[in-house]
Design a binder for this molecule. Structure first.
Ligand SMILES: Cc1ncc(COP(=O)(O)O)c(C=O)c1O
Length: 360
């Protein structure tokens, strides 16, 4: 099998699983318990907090563990107030909860990027809370969040960024980005599903989604998912230590894939000239339905996505491509390859061979 769908989810790293197992077996204490087993669990959660904080250059006290990226985004948007704005390409876990604010939509250009003049126009509309993702899950396009955050924060505007896809693929510094909130998800970085965090600057007041026992500084009540948090922490530690090597590996595979794709006259790589994640290639073959290619590849044991995983199964074209001004017809051709450092050049070559009948 060839797994090229790492933006949808990643396999659990063996070392992450090893770290988790004791907490699924004999170290089953509740971190709120005062006895020995409770203390062991509590200190494991605190180690994970430090590991996650270190990955994104934040303070451990700024980490609020959640059940994943969706909850982190919901917690951030639930804390919004006044006039709200979001980019046109946000993940539904931002855009759906934001609907109740009837948000201002921040447009992107044909490369999937937000232009400086769009931010100037936004500022004139005096928003109170803005959510813009750091890297897009479909195109991999990276927004200039640090520049945008500087302009917004100096006017007292709160900015949240969804860094779920960026983290582990490019360096992410909460401090340098200058945002007030940043969302993370464990299962995109080789940790288990159901782990994640919202990193939050303590000058901002959060409105919790869950009320109860007051865990996570009162921002996320509920007994901690200790094993998942431990796994997330270990995955964060590994992602930090191996970031350079992983980036280099992913970029060399991506370059190889894109060079091969360039040989097909009918292939378009979307947002190719924009700054992008080193692992993501969103492309289309003229006149060929992306969903059809996906199904044919699946029969050959190759896992890719057509647009975002959450959108597959729907026949709707990607809202991200439409926001970039791509026609509905061309958007229907989109196929997303999202690589991992665990992939190999041989897999890229096999993939190219398999799509050749469509591309030629
Ligand atoms: C950009 C982005 N944000 C948020 C999420 C949701 O994260 P989770 O699956 O951990 O809820 C995803 C997952 O696909 C994503 O790609």
């Amino acid at each position: 099998m060839i797994y090229f769908d790492n933006n949808a989810t990643t396999p659990i790293d063996e070392r992450v699983l090893e770290a988790m197992l004791p907490f699924m077996k004999n170290m089953y204490g509740n971190p709120s318990s005062v006895h020995r087993l409770g203390r062991i669990a509590k200190s494991a959660v605190e180690v994970a907090r430090e590991q996650v904080a270190a990955l994104v250059d934040a303070l451990p006290s700024q980490v609020i563990f959640t059940s994943g990226g969706t909850e982190a985004n919901n917690l951030a948007v639930n804390s919004a107030f006044g006039r709200v704005a979001q980019s046109a390409i946000e993940h539904p876990s931002v855009s759906e909860p934001a609907k109740r604010f009837i948000p201002e939509i921040i447009t992107v250009n044909r490369d999937g990027l937000i232009e400086p003049k769009t931010i100037s126009e936004l500022i004139e509309k005096r928003p109170d809370f803005v959510s813009i993702m750091l890297a897009n899950n479909e195109t991999g396009v990276i927004q200039p969040i640090a520049d945008i955050a500087t302009q917004l924060t100096e006017r007292g505007i709160i900015i949240h960024t969804d860094a779920v896809q960026a983290v582990g693929k490019i360096p992410v510094s909460f401090k340098q980005l200058g945002v007030q909130m940043l969302s993370l998800s464990g299962h995109k970085i080789y940790a288990p599903k159901g782990s994640g965090a919202l990193i939050v600057d303590k000058t901002v007041l959060l409105s919790p989604l869950f009320l109860g026992g007051g865990q996570e500084q009162n921002y996320r009540s509920g007994t901690e998912n200790v094993a998942a948090i431990v796994g997330f922490g270990k995955a964060a530690e590994l992602a930090k230590a191996e970031l350079d090597a992983r980036q280099t590996r992913m970029l060399s595979l991506r370059t190889m894939l894109e060079n091969k794709l360039a040989q097909f006259s009918k292939v378009t790589i979307f947002a190719q000239t924009a700054p992008r994640l080193p692992n993501t290639v969103l492309f289309g073959i003229d006149g060929v339905d992306g969903e059809l290619v996906l199904l044919k590849l699946d029969q050959k044991g190759v896992c890719v996505s057509s647009g975002s995983a959450c959108a597959s199964g729907e026949t709707e074209p990607s809202h991200v491509l439409l926001a970039m001004g791509i026609s509905t017809q061309q958007a229907q051709t989109a196929i997303r390859v999202s690589l991992s450092h665990q992939n190999t050049p041989a897999e890229v070559l096999e993939f190219i061979e398999l799509i050749t009948p469509f591309g030629d």
